[in-house]
Design a protein around this ligand. Structure first.
Ligand code: SF4
Length: 276
């Protein structure tokens, strides 16, 4: 079986915490770490591809098992024939990404997990060769345990910070969470303090409508004060179907529609990459 960008199931290789995926935005193979094995998240995004998603916190992590899983996959990829068997020619391991079935930074053992990941990078001579990424909705980034944990990473790292809209009313609908401008600002500044940070924005059509010009302007206004400190903005749409039951028709944008929105954001002094 070949991995593809349209199949990100976490369970096809029977390891609890670590799973390989081919990622369009990581531009290669990504080893995902799932800290939310109970499918619990503090948000409930309408496009979320996690089956049986519930609101809540992650269950306790078995950090020994997690490190064993990571060691297994690194050996398969670096010393075995996994890449040749399961990916297209030329695919390379690009990152280790905290990207699971919920918000990874909600995990109280986050610091211990980072220690184990750093240990495996050291043992497998991967320091400075691959990047550690945190794919996050940002809600716990100002908390001490996350700040302390992320600062331990002295090599390559990035935080991919989710902002799907600049309009708080739209955030309520898309992410099903009540946020204030100040909370978003505080979380984003907390990310920027500890890491190179980029914004990830999943664009969707709701009941046939694209994000309006007014909504795009609110997004620009939200990002503008931070633009000099951001690495990039990733604009994309759903790659896989939503697993959520919602009373809303949601659809992915075409490449041309994403590019049109990117064009409307060009007053932002941040590199914008689009993915289709
Ligand atoms: S933040 Fe991520 S895991 Fe949580 S509901 Fe949204 S898309 Fe799903």
């Amino acid at each position: 079986m070949k991995l593809s960008i349209t199949d990100h199931r976490r369970d096809i290789f029977e390891k609890k915490y670590v799973y390989p995926v081919v990622s369009r935005r990581a531009k290669g193979l990504s080893l995902g770490i799932n800290l939310n094995t109970n499918n619990a998240c503090n948000w409930q995004c309408v496009y979320c591809e996690v089956p049986n998603l519930t609101r809540g916190k992650p269950e306790p992590i078995d950090v020994d098992l997690l490190e064993n899983d990571l060691n297994f996959w690194l050996k398969e990829i670096l010393e075995g024939d996994f890449l040749a068997k399961h990916t297209e020619p030329g695919t390379m391991l690009r990152d280790i990404a905290f990207s699971g079935n919920g918000e990874p930074s909600a995990c109280p053992e986050f610091g211990d997990v980072i220690d184990r990941v750093l240990n495996q990078l050291e043992l497998n001579h991967l320091n400075e060769k691959i990047i550690i990424r945190l794919i996050t909705n940002g809600t716990h980034l100002s908390e001490n345990y996350v700040q302390t944990a992320w600062k331990k990473i002295l090599g390559k790292k990035e935080i991919w910070f989710k902002i799907d809209s600049g309009d708080l009313e739209k955030i309520k609908i898309i992410n099903q969470i009540n946020l204030t401008q100040n909370q978003i600002k505080k979380n984003l500044e907390s990310a920027i303090q500890i890491s190179p940070t980029l914004i990830q924005t999943c664009l969707i059509k709701m009941n046939g409508e694209l994000p309006s010009d007014d909504e795009i302007q609110k997004y620009i206004d939200l990002i503008k004060p931070h633009e000099k400190k951001l690495q990039a903005i990733h604009l994309y749409s759903m790659a896989r179907p939503s697993e959520q039951k919602i009373n809303l028709k949601i659809e992915r944008l075409t490449e041309a529609e994403i590019n049109l929105i990117a064009d409307k954001m060009k007053s932002l002094n941040v590199p914008i990459s689009t993915f289709n």
